[in-house]
Design a protein around this ligand. Sequence first.
Ligand code: BGC
Length: 772
Amino acid sequence: MKVKYKEDEWLIIEDGFDPEMIRASESIFSLGNGTMGQRANFEEHYSGDSLQGSYIAGVYYPDKTRVGWWKNGYPEYFAKVLNAPNWIGIDISVDGQAVDLTTAKIKSFRRVLNMKQGYLDRSFTISVSGKKQLEINSRRFLSMSEPDLGIIKYSVKSSDFTGKIEFTAYIDADVRNEDTNYGRKFWKEVSREVNKESGFQISRTMKTDFHVATGMVLELTKNDKKVPLTPDIIDREKYIANVFTADIKPKDEVILYKYVSVLSSLNHPKKKLSDHIKLSLREAITKGYATLLNDHILKWDEIWANSDVVIEGDLSAQQAIRFSIFQLNQTYTGNDERLNIGPKGFTGEKYGGSTYWDTEAFALPFFLKTADQKVGRNLLLYRYKHLEKSIANAEKLGFKNGAALYPMVTMNGEECHNEWEITFEEIHRNGAIAYAVFNYIRHTGDENYMADYGLEVLIGISRFWSQRASFSDNLKKYVILGVTGPNEYENNVNNNWYTNLLAVWTLSYTRENIELLEKKNPEKLKAVFRKINFLEDEEIPRWSDLITNMHMPFHEKLNVFLQHDGFLDKHIIPAEHIPAHERPINQHWSWDRILRSCYIKQADVLQGLYIFEEQFDSETIKRNFDFYEPLTVHESSLSACIHSIIASRLGNIKKAYELYLHTSRLDLDDYNNEVADGLHITSMAGTWLAIVEGFGGMRIINDKIHFNPLIPEKWVSYSFKVRFRGILIEVDVTKNDIVVCNLSEKPLSLVISGKDHLIEGSSKYSVGLQTE
Ligand code: BGC
């Protein structure tokens, strides 16, 4: 393990400069505000190894698919979030010598991410040549209150140096993605304009033709007094800059403020971009640094007031959970139904910034419990708006009559993943999208959503399951053949238990909601049926048959559900027998060996037991957990959190905590040596769920919120906030009791450790616990 950041409640601290850690720290110290994101690249020139990353939500490039062997049905492209024009650049030179941390003599170096207030500080002292010692401090934030703005305060102080400092503040649109299929650059210039103190550049993406305007306006102070700017101007293709020089002597401080606005054609007419960017920059500088920072901090205060988790007695866990909450909120703010959550958020290029089932299975439950209802609703509307494309996607694979297969990976509703075993076979994602409708409604109580949008999605998905399943004369049951479950360490299996379970659940939930709407609003139901040409008399009987007669693989002797037919033909040896130097197996074993092994990448049967827990008794859950946990290598970041929640459910706090540790500091401690590629944003939601649903035992059952808390031995107490149907509550758990505080006006009836309670508005309720 290379990376070790200092532990602190609210800060992530890196002390000392290690060129080996640059990429990892660029990920860890990333900033975002839902509209854009920025890796923690340095402002000044850095010639060492680095992954430049400025990202704009929703702006992508469809990179033509490249595969060894084309298969019919493959998507034409893989959508990639673009490395957008570099807006952070401020080059420095000291008496004509460029500052570059690869060559400068670094006396001290420190980076601090302030998660409470949402900014990144960096300070370092260098001597440039001989005795020219300078102290540089920068602060950067991506405004949460004005999501088009990114602001940098860059200060240079002289310790012992008299001479000239030159600043080159620039915007550079000549950027590329590291991950490209054909080595192409994805941006073309449209126009640029640069003046004294400000400028902007407009680029457009090839193929998708998104236009993006990136503008800057600058301010310089010396010893707190504003300095009039008389810069030299650089104006060349894809690059604009202001270059100005300041005389500096010992103890002087020169500060450059760079206000940047990034606007895209997602939100502005292309022809108006230049007018709008000028206006946005004028408004930014009029507000000024202090006001913008203050407004930004107030937004973070609001977020923390609704979602903070406080852990007493474990600083490392405290830091990690706040890091998760911080990163999730940086990635998605829920203001725009066209946007979604990439597994790596805005922290790297991996996974293309696209949407996966991670959103519905992991991120949505977090946002449903911590954010306004509209946030969850927008995540659902994103899929609703993609229904037609999902139907087209299914048609491409040979399905018909409105069957919808949502893509495994998407930016705009079209599939862009191209490995047959995942694209065509990992169809459980469809079930997660159906389940999200149920999950949203039970958290929010927004029942109208079903008739207005949900039912169409459910019917599309149910039609898919109905056509994807076939009848086996041999088993006299319906079967779903040739699939990949969540465990991607085995493909093309028959009857993945989890997938079949989801299919049956979707069909019966859809049928149930059709019946409900028939009673509540038959006219509305008819309108939905007409719109999608639903043939109730033909389709429902087939669904009912499937619901009753689906094959669910089960092993009588072991009394466990089978991950899929034939799973037990494998040589079953617990993962603890894999030599440590061969872990993770995906970095040491051939793919062939992995596929033949019994090792499970991530929760599969257990994912089903987690989601549909209410259908199973504790003994069943325990038997399956005891069977599958030892075989699971947790090589997906989405795994340990689910296992941890189940271990808590079984009252095994020791195991739950051990698994929680695996998930909670995955990035901060870089367990898998891959944080350089970006952070595991969606698994951070799993970490949060491991506390709230795991240790806190939160469930929603029959319209009521339940808690069944446990507390890890090391913790003195923990508390979290959750929302349920417009009510915000704070839950505090100690070794002795659970205190639930109703922070809203409305009374809340809830269940704690199996007993019903009523908590009036704005009051608390405490229940003693036996945690041993
Ligand atoms: C996991 C998938 C997940 C993807 C993105 C893969 O490693 O197996 O379940 O959707 O990562 O997080």
